[in-house]
Design a protein around this ligand. Structure first.
Ligand code: 0T9
Length: 420
């Protein structure tokens, strides 16, 4: 009997069909469990550190004309777009590539952290300098991970947070992403929205991720990129395809003929670029090849890690998963869950609530009225609410709170217990 027909898989599918809410809290059969915590997924933003920092070198002197400056800002947006496309393979496909299928990540506990770094040498590019990842689980119910990626040498800072809402349809799990990323390169900033996705291959117990919908990259210079994803071959009959267009501003993006350039292809493979609004062909200039190898970050050996660090905290569960020992997995997970329950109880009793270590939850309805995020949302006419990523202002989902997680550099610089 195949795993797809096993009662453990079919009853897991039934529990997904019946569930309401948090996918990560469901019990799944061992063969579909990943030994990696979702808190680690933030690392996928920088597995091509040289592309992340590349916009920093696209500068021009203050004396240059406005049109020369504007041409540079356009180049920087295209460089950010290339980096963003380079993150997708790691983000959405690395589990399938290393473990054969998408797997269910470990459900991070509140206050779990994951830190690590990429050195310039590892990327084969000394100019890249050191890039540091700081990731923290800022909410357990629902799961929310906040992160920052810092490259001080090049004045590059990426920060953001992720949450999901999901529901099941006939053959797939549909996932809406919440949160966004903000990239700062010197004085310039970019807002990046996260695309919806779905998980296919459930019936055959070989799940994989496919992207859909739209991502926006809005630059503070005005330039905007719109990326459309498809797995159904709207563009080429292939899986994992996207088409991206770069426009001088939001207004001009209403008309594809106003596009400065169009990039199309597969985010798992090659994409091509051409001027204007028409779709590039394979004979056009290669834009990006996703086969270029990812650089994994360096993480301290487990013995040197703090209790709160993902790999140390989950080491015994990960061992049990490697052995496919269902009882042991359950036992080790329960130890973590029970100690978490104890901590929440103590916080309740003492009246001292848990506080994020390196991040603050900022309420934009109370707080700053002038800020990079608000400025970028205004340029792109995107909602400032904690709505599905990419929601437009005044759209149906443009409701609810305007609270977002933000990195607090002072807290990180003052960190004395957890080192990269
Ligand atoms: C942020 C990313 C996110 C997290 C994962 C949906 C998913 C959890 C969230 C959105 C990252 O930047 C990008 C990549 C993959 C996303 C995961 C894929 C996935 O399957 C899980 C969900 C919770 C499951 O594990 C469903 C159970 C199982 C049937 C799939 C193996």
């Amino acid at each position: 009997m195949s795993v797809a027909q096993s009662s453990s898989w079919t009853s897991f599918l039934k529990s997904i069909a019946l569930f309401n809410g948090d996918l990560l809290s469901l019990t799944a059969p061992p063969f579909i469990l990943s030994p990696t915590s979702l808190c680690e997924y933030s690392q996928y933003w920088a597995e091509h550190p040289e592309l992340l920092v590349s916009p920093a070198s696209l500068n021009i002197s203050d004396e240059a004309s406005n049109s020369e400056k504007s041409a540079m800002a356009e180049k920087r947006l295209i460089a950010v777009l290339k980096w963003f496309i380079s993150t997708l393979r790691s983000q959405y496909c690395s589990r399938s590539e290393s473990m054969g299928t998408e797997k269910k990540p470990l459900n991070p506990f509140l206050g779990e952290v994951f830190v690590g770094k990429w050195t310039g040498a590892a990327t084969g590019d000394e100019n890249a300098g050191e890039t540091v990842l700081v990731s923290e689980q800022v909410s357990h119910h629902p799961p929310v991970t906040a992160y920052a990626v810092l490259n001080d040498k090049n004045g590059v800072k990426l920060q953001g947070y992720n949450g999901i809402k999901s529901w099941i349809s006939a053959t797939s799990i549909n996932v809406q992403q919440f949160g966004h990323a903000i990239l700062e390169v010197g004085p310039e900033s970019f807002l990046i929205t996260l695309p919806p996705l779905h998980i296919e291959g459930l019936i055959t117990a070989s799940p994989f991720v496919e992207l859909e919908g739209t991502s926006y990259i809005q630059s503070s210079s005005g330039y905007i990129a719109k990326l459309d994803f498809s797995g159904r071959g709207y563009f080429s009959g292939k899986k994992n395809t996207f088409k991206a267009r770069v426009f001088p501003d939001l207004l001009s993006s209403q008309n594809k003929e106003s596009a400065i350039c169009t990039i199309a292809g597969q985010w798992l493979g090659k994409s091509y670029i051409t001027k204007g609004g028409s779709t590039p062909k394979k004979t056009d200039i290669l834009f990006y090849d996703a086969h270029s190898p990812a650089t994994h970050l360096k993480v301290k050996p487990i013995e040197e890690q703090h209790q709160l660090e993902s790999r140390k905290a989950w080491a015994k569960v990960a061992d049990a998963i490697a052995k496919s020992d269902y009882d042991l997995i359950h036992k080790e997970k329960s130890l973590i869950e029970n100690s978490q329950r104890e901590m929440r109880k103590k916080e309740e009793e003492s009246g001292i609530p848990w506080k994020a270590r390196w991040f603050d939850e900022v309420d934009y309805e109370q707080g700053p009225d002038h800020d990079a995020f608000l400025n970028l949302c205004n340029l792109a006419l995107l909602s400032i609410k904690n709505a599905p990523s990419g929601t437009a202002k005044k759209a149906k989902h443009d409701t609810g709170s305007a609270k977002h997680w933000r990195f607090n550099r002072e807290k990180w610089d003052g960190e004395s217990e957890i080192k990269v």
